[in-house]
Design a protein around this ligand. Structure first.
Ligand code: NDP
Ligand code: OXD
Length: 309
């Protein structure tokens, strides 16, 4: 069995050793532009280049080394009609929980304000925010969103979730569909975007939608930059309508040098690290799914191309 591996970061060793341990019968072939590639049974990749597409035509399935699928589905019908399978958690959910819980607590406990005070040598307790005024709303109740909702509920925050189809989750006020989005936003003090990027979710958080949030709301975006209209968010933060944002993802990554987000003190930026792919766990999960496919079984985390996630 041959596995075609593509890593944009060039870091292939942990993947090769991960597959050696989990799927010893497989030969891992590292894809290199311009170099001939022997036909492979499976492809393992994240964001393929157009030059790679001919080498995908004969694989039995394409495995993604991430949760988001926008970087591959953008190729549409040029992709071979084989299953595309994303990672399901593989160590990402706990990282998302850490990132989002940290960001919510930092704002709720006013740690960003205390940091500024400390730099000024100021000893000044501030009034505590109340949890009942701090509903956290998570857009996207999938593999990662549900784990984040459960963790925030455990802290005692009122939690709300928004999804495409109706969902139920204990302790979570659930909303679904565009027709209920404004109601979801109006009761959300901290908005966490954990949606996949699809034609239906691109640009969803524009001025009109963000203005549904209560005065002093806070945005955490760990999904994709293209969900948010960046100039609208900036204007709402500068006017004080939105208190601030923690952003891990941007329309253009790396965030370009002269971008105004760099200079906005109410925006906390991180370089798309909310939940990193862990090679050993991911190779192990993919190997398990390859074995299941070889036995003729169905596997979890199959991408639905029509839905776009
Ligand atoms: P899932 O596919 O498991 O869940 C997606 C959720 O979004 C589902 O609840 C789905 O609704 C909902 N959804 C999809 N389309 C719509 C819509 N049009 N309207 C309302 N809800 C919608 O995704 P994951 O939880 O695994 O991951 C979410 C995203 O997080 C990824 O797509 C990726 O972009 C991002 N990500 C970012 C990382 C980072 O480091 N910053 C790391 C990993 C992921 P329903 O339940 O009805 O299907
Ligand atoms: C992912 C990501 O989608 O890293 O997995 O953004």
């Amino acid at each position: 069995m041959r596995i075609l591996l593509h890593r944009a970061d060039g870091v292939v060793e942990p993947w090769i050793s991960g597959f050696k341990a989990a799927l010893p019968q497989a030969e891992v072939v590292v894809w290199n532009e311009g170099a001939p590639t022997a036909p492979c049974d499976y492809a393992v990749l994240w964001s393929p280049t157009a030059a790679m597409l001919p080498d995908l035509q004969h694989v039995k399935a394409i495995f993604l080394t991430g949760a988001g699928v926008d970087a591959i589905l953008k190729f549409g019908d040029v992709l071979p009609p084989v299953p595309i399978i994303r990672l399901g958690d593989a160590g990402m959910a706990i990282q998302m929980v850490e990132y989002v819980a940290h960001s919510v607590l930092r704002y709720f406990r006013r740690f960003d304000e205390y940091e500024k005070q400390a730099r000024r040598g100021q000893w000044q307790p501030l009034p505590q925010h109340q949890k009942e005024d701090f509903a956290v709303g998570v857009m996207g109740m999938g593999v990662l969103g549900t784990r984040v909702l459960a963790s925030l509920a455990a802290f005692g925050f009122p939690v709300r979730g928004w999804s495409r189809s109706p969902r139920e989750m204990q302790g979570v006020s659930c909303f679904s569909g565009l027709e209920n989005l404004d109601e979801f936003l109006r009761g959300t003090r901290v908005l966490v975007c954990m949606l996949p990027l699809t034609p239906a979710t691109a640009n969803l958080l524009d001025r009109a939608r963000l203005s549904q949030l209560p005065e002093g709301a806070y945005l955490i975006n760990v999904a994709r930059g293209a969900h948010v209209a960046e100039p609208d968010l900036l204007a709402l933060i500068r006017s004080g309508r939105i208190a601030g944002a923690t952003l891990d993802v941007f329309r253009n990554e790396p965030l370009p040098g002269p971008h105004p987000f760099w200079d906005e003190p109410r925006i906390t930026l991180t370089p798309h690290i909310a939940a990193l792919t862990l090679p050993a766990e991911s190779a192990d999960q993919i190997a398990g799914k390859i074995n299941a496919l070889e036995r003729g079984e169905t596997v979890a985390d199959l991408v639905d191309r029509t839905r776009g996630y």
